[in-house]
Write a protein that binds this ligand. Structure first.
Ligand code: ZN
Length: 187
């Protein structure tokens, strides 16, 4: 944990954070449209505008990393994240609680697709020009050991990110390819 410093609200960070949230949501919307889940794209991450999420994002804004991670580094937890993952079914963290030992449910198709679009969009926004199609796989392989995700979802996601790293976004983030993989891995 880093040392707490005295906090001063900055309007500049207010607008910068707002801009990141809006850009992220637009990118997710574009990907969701390609994947055939337009409504999920439109309502994606709306809870980020709730004060508990938004103002933490302003406070821990840094531009190239999620403010949630910055906040966790300082405080050990993030209220914004607790609020967010408790309301947004596109996060696999929504689907388990601390008593989960064996397995959590298979996520419904539309939330699985939204999760893929979300992670790709977030990678692109935070990495900027440094983003490559291999990035999502690398990121997932680093985090998946801690994820109490359903084993079928784990294998499915690994496959999706492997396909993206091989074929790029267009060939994977579309209705046909994602539906096929989902059915193949969840049956
Ligand atoms: Zn989200």
């Amino acid at each position: 944990m880093r040392k707490k410093e005295e906090y001063k609200f900055k309007w500049k960070n207010f607008f910068l954070h707002l801009h990141v949230v809006n850009r992220h949501r637009l990118k997710v919307l574009i990907l969701c449209c390609r994947a055939g889940i337009i409504w999920r794209g439109l309502v994606h991450d709306l809870s980020k505008y709730a004060p508990v999420e938004f103002f933490e994002g302003v406070k821990y804004y840094s531009g190239n990393r999620s403010p949630i991670k910055n906040c966790k580094d300082v405080n050990g937890y993030s209220e914004a994240w607790l609020h967010h993952k408790g309301r947004n079914k596109h996060h696999y963290e929504y689907w388990y609680d601390y008593e989960t030992r064996i397995t959590s449910p298979v996520m419904p198709y539309k939330y699985f697709v939204e999760m893929v679009c979300d992670s790709v969009a977030a990678g692109m926004i935070y990495r900027g020009k440094k983003w490559t199609k291999e990035y999502q796989l690398t990121y997932w392989l680093k985090t998946k050991d801690y994820a109490k995700i359903n084993p079928k979802m784990d294998k499915l996601l690994t496959q999706v990110y492997m396909d993206i790293s091989r074929l790029g976004i267009k060939k994977v983030i579309n209705k046909k390819a994602l539906k096929k993989l989902y059915l193949e891995y969840t049956r």
